[in-house]
Design a protein around this ligand. Sequence first.
Ligand code: 13P
Ligand code: ZN
Length: 271
Amino acid sequence: MKDMMTAPFLTEMREITANMYRQGWDERNGGNVSRLLDEEEVAPYLDLNNVLRTIPTGFDAKPLAGRYFIVTGTGKYFKNIKDDPETNLGVIRIGADGETAELLWGYRDGGRFTSELPAHLMTHMARLAIDPEHRIVMHCHPTYTLAMTHVHPLDEKSFTHTLWETCSECIVVFPDGVGVLPWMVCGTNDIGRATAEKMKEFRLVVWALHGIYGVGRTMDEAFGLIETVEKGAQVYMLTAGRPHLNTIHDDELVELAKRFDLTYRKDYLDL
Ligand code: 13P
Ligand code: ZN
């Protein structure tokens, strides 16, 4: 058996969570990340018959039975993940009943997976149905995105449109737009279901007055989506309340879409 500490998927989690922390997106234990793993990725590093503990998930994730995930732990500080991954992360397999998680590695102090597991697993199910290559769900609390939800209407069309107007890269990076949920109690099956529903349409879902979810085939895709929304939101917040002398107009957004051959939400423009 190879040394778990050398597993590429573990290195990737340690590095991405450190980067998220460095960006200021994950104060204290704010945020959580899960990555779907293929059995072939896990098998060289862990004895798949050695279940350390079983932990109830609190909902039915039967479509994911037998699937493996590496997931951040609940209450765990992002700043500590890199140096102590075995306490702050866990590798789980969803049990045959879909209602338990079998712990194969991690949560060394008796901890458990993120309280946002419902939103993560329900989102994994929704995205896998759209894209079999989907792997990553990332949640965090980027400051300007969060600030924007305090002062901007929360309908998806205007929220997306405002971000697209802030800088050229926004429509290029997220032509499919940004889903928005109103404030809800976090860590519940309800917010999980609502998030997964939005994820049928969007790769980004903002939780008003809380944070954002991004998904992707790779860590870079999910990280890059969130990073670009946050850049747009930062520009918006730095210019909010001042006269807007210049903007990217809708006909110019169309030009961008043509130049980059984008399939985009045409219904989010007023042409
Ligand atoms: P966890 O510590 O349970 O992952 O919760 C953090 C969070 O961001 C809740 O939305
Ligand atoms: Zn959160």
